[in-house]
Design a protein around this ligand. Sequence first.
Ligand SMILES: [Zn+2]
Length: 109
Amino acid sequence: MERGLVEVSCPGCGPIVVGVSAMTCGISDADGAALCQLECPECRHLLHRPIDPNLVAALLLFGARRAGRPLPFELAEPHRGAAVTWDEVLDLHIELERDCCPHERLLHA
Ligand SMILES: [Zn+2]
């Protein structure tokens, strides 16, 4: 018997109701932000939702799983500045085809 249900919005399916036990939640060590991850039961899209850190303990009591590895907390960060354009995405793709691992040069510099 499911102890708790939550409604979340999926970009493809709209509002959906899922059991709390389908959620994985965690709190960032860096800034205390909280994030929950779940898979949409309709389209299987992986959803991430920032939540109030004070709610994490309650969700864990109702059956949510504690994140065993870091969640992508950068998804909960506020976005500033202009959106990335398609031209910028294509330029990045072209650059990565030329040089697949630019970060390795930084690590070994
Ligand atoms: Zn969906």
